[in-house]
Design a protein around this ligand. Sequence first.
Ligand code: 2AM
Ligand code: CA
Length: 271
Amino acid sequence: MTDPLYAELLRIAQEAARRAGDLLRDGRPADLAVAKTKSSPIDVVTEMDIAAEKLITDLISGHRPDDGFLGEEGASTEGTSGVRWVIDPLDGTVNYLYGLPTWAVSIAAEQAGETVVGVVAAPMRGEMYHAVRGGGARATGAWDGERELACRPAPPLEQALVSTGFNYVTDVKRHQAEVAHRLIPLLRDIRRSGSAAVDLCDVAAGRLDGYYERGLHPWDLAAGDLIAREAGAMTGGRPGERPNHALTVAATPGVFEPLQQLLEDFGAWHD
Ligand code: 2AM
Ligand code: CA
């Protein structure tokens, strides 16, 4: 039976993710990428991002006033309840700016430093993914109801479809391109979705064999990491580490180990 606290945190996270997703979807001007109005398109996205984070933190605080927060748009409070929420109100910002569908709201709840609940809403897919620690991972979709998530059976590495992402900083991007240059011939192919949270959920859903990226922040990965693990995937950083800013790797068992080793050999991480 699910811990009643986890069940409460899950309900709150799902409600917050749904409402923030609606706000972002309904509030995005249709011509955002070409808008030449008073503010730049980037400012409009930043405003939406901040409004979404405020909606999420207000809603959560209304239910649970003593919880702490860590949010991409600046929410950072300690709280006194032992629960801390780790929030990315808009993951996949560049996709959102361009009108590409792969963006998400990511909300995780931690207790004693462990993620216990993770919710990722991908409004343009009509899908929401969630996991509770020890309780498996599920997706709810507009068309197919609720289903259990399970990562794919591992193919040989040369048949693996692996997603990654590239940093905003040019020198980091150059280094990442060199790593990808060496990796691509060893895989089936690579993908670049633009949202770490969605990539982690796609590993969970068996839509990717693996994913790796350097330079992620806690809010990019907290919810997706739990969802991937609860769907049977392995996640980590460099060998022996948890996913972190230096490196995040998530893959189905059998792909994870050789992929993590190749990334180590190719120096894909950076402190
Ligand atoms: P964002 O959309 O919220 O910025 C893109 O590869 C993925 O990495 C996105 O999830 C993006 O989150 C995240 N990311 C976080 N920090 C990044 C950075 N410095 N450069 C590029 N992507 C970053
Ligand atoms: Ca992000």
